[in-house]
Design a protein around this ligand. Structure first.
Ligand SMILES: Nc1ncnc2c1ncn2[C@@H]1O[C@H](COP(=O)(O)OP(=O)(O)OP(=O)(O)O)[C@@H](O)[C@H]1O
Ligand SMILES: [Mg+2]
Length: 490
């Protein structure tokens, strides 16, 4: 409040001085004007030793929204909510729903900040347009908003070099923190997105803690590895292959990775892509700090089939030339993404653009995938997600029932060792069926399910064993028969 009054008074004094000065300058000869001009500059800087920088909301001829203005707005919204007395609330949805509103300085409000012991003043202002305009767009306004930064001229270099850099960096960090993750899906050549609001995290992911830690460490190393990747001359990207039976948490892990890294997810549906060049187009239009996912890579395309075809041709002695023609055939038909097209996506030159990309393939049948696609270097880390172990069960029990121990746990541990139940099935059985269902009831229903699972598996095993022995027996009879026949012939 006091500082506001100070600036208002200082402003009106300066305006009076400027008026008298202009009138006076009109009356004196030009030789005197230069000298007086020099002294007046010194005088005004003595009376008002401050520098002001203004940051307008829109800049340039085409009135583009200024990035600096937006960054300052973000920075001040975090700082002004504690310092300013007049705040403006915007119903922008942020990640943390406990802060449903973004608070920023209201017009003509001012805050004082200290940076390395130096005071700076930030003011939010607007120039209201005198002409009335009519717009159908409700948010359109003729008001020209700007921020004004004032500081003592003594600190010119500190503010212009260090402080403004600090403001921009801090704004970027705040933006990252409040950023809403997006889940992109593709049509033929275009991406569309929705907000990714899946709550899965590594904490809620059921798997052995040692393996989990290993993955987290790998991700952390990747995130902070910009200079390392530059040093070794490798594009800043990493590939993960997640494999395992259905319901073991492959898709859940991708979301946990995205939430942990704060990366967007691009869920690439290969079957919707017409050809290699469309695939390239799609991939070039992904941003850095993202996870590109191809789920069920073994089903997405008949990649192995294409490759097998080529291998068969080579085996038939039709050589390199025919292999090339085969590739071209695929391209010409323009309806298939080929293995080579996909390999290009994984480690082609485009993938180095922007950097900081993670590529994830998932599959239920790792053995079905062409080894070229998942060799180390392309898919750097192979992670197996498997049936629910006791450690994974404990994570699920904490998630679903909020318990860390129970007298039924040892029984469940033993049953889990004897059966192969996926975390998805364990989770389903643990989930309370009604609001007031007791923990004990939930655990009992899991035990029942596990026992049934065990029995079914034993029956199945006995059935296949019986089948096998029957087959062997009948083979033995056949052989015996053949032998008899042979004897007859000879
Ligand atoms: N490891 C896990 N940790 C926590 N929840 C899990 C885990 N595995 C499965 N689930 C639960 O089961 C559901 C299905 O899991 P998910 O979709 O991740 O399996 P998936 O391995 O991707 O299966 P698919 O191979 O069929 O795609 C999830 O919504 C989640 O609730
Ligand atoms: Mg899945």
């Amino acid at each position: 409040m006091l500082s506001n009054m100070y600036w208002t008074q200082a402003g009106s004094v300066m305006a009076t001085i400027m008026f008298i000065y202009t009138m006076f300058m009109r009356l004196v000869p030009s030789t005197l004007q230069t000298r007086i001009g020099r002294y007046s500059k010194k005088f005004s800087s003595f009376v008002y030793p401050y520098i002001r920088i203004t940051f307008h909301e829109y800049t340039g001829e085409r009135l583009m929204k200024s990035e600096a203005y937006t960054a300052i707005q973000t920075y001040l919204s975090e700082h002004s909510s504690q310092l300013a007395t007049k705040l403006k609330a915007e119903a922008t949805k942020v990640k943390d729903t406990s802060i449903p509103l973004i608070l920023s300085m209201d017009d003509n409000e001012e805050i004082i900040e200290e940076f390395q012991g130096v005071k700076v003043w930030w003011g939010a202002h607007k120039i209201t347009s005198k002409t009335q305009s009519f717009s159908l767009h409700p948010s359109y306004s003729d008001d020209k908003r700007y921020y004004k930064l004032t500081f003592h001229k003594r600190y010119r270099s500190l503010i212009t070099e260090s402080y403004l850099k600090h403001v921009l960096e801090e704004a970027k960090a705040i933006e990252m923190k409040n950023r809403q993750l997006k889940l992109y899906t593709n049509t033929k050549t275009k991406w569309s997105h929705v907000i990714l609001e899946h709550p899965a995290t590594f904490e809620t992911l059921a798997m052995r803690s040692k393996e989990k830690e290993d993955i987290i460490n790998d991700l952390v190393k990747f995130k902070s590895g910009k200079s390392y990747y530059a040093k070794i001359g490798k594009a800043w990207k990493r590939g993960y292959l997640l494999y395992g039976p259905p319901g073991t948490g492959k898709s859940t892990m991708i979301v946990a990775m995205a939430n942990f890294m704060n990366y967007d997810v691009y869920d690439l549906e290969l079957t919707a892509v017409k050809n290699n060049s469309d695939l390239r187009k799609l991939l070039i239009n992904t941003s850095s700090k993202s996870i590109i996912v191809i789920e069920d890579i073994d089903c997405s395309l008949d990649l192995t089939g294409q490759r097998k075809k080529k291998i068969e041709k080579v085996e038939r002695g039709e050589g390199e030339g025919s292999m090339k023609r085969d590739d071209e055939d695929d391209e010409d038909r323009g309806s298939k993404v080929t293995l080579s097209g996909l390999l290009n996506v994984v480690d082609g030159i485009w993938s180095a653009c922007g950097g900081e990309r993670i590529m994830v393939f998932t599959t239920n049948f790792v053995e079905k995938i062409d080894p070229a696609l998942i060799r180390r270097g392309r898919m750097d880390k192979h992670i197996e997600l498997s049936y629910c172990c006791y450690e994974a069960f404990k994570v699920l029990a904490k998630n679903y029932l909020d318990i860390e121990s129970h007298h039924l746990f040892p029984k469940i541990e033993k049953l889990l060792e004897e059966t192969k139940m996926t975390p998805a099935d364990v989770a389903e059985n643990l989930m309370p069926k009604s609001v007031d269902e007791e923990v004990e009831t939930c655990l009992h229903s899991l035990i029942q399910a596990l026992e049934k699972f065990k029995k079914d598996a034993e029956k199945k095993k006995a059935g296949t064993e019986r089948k096998q022995s029957n087959m062997q027996e009948s083979k033995g009879i056949e052989k015996h028969g053949e032998g008899v026949e042979a004897n007859v012939i000879h």
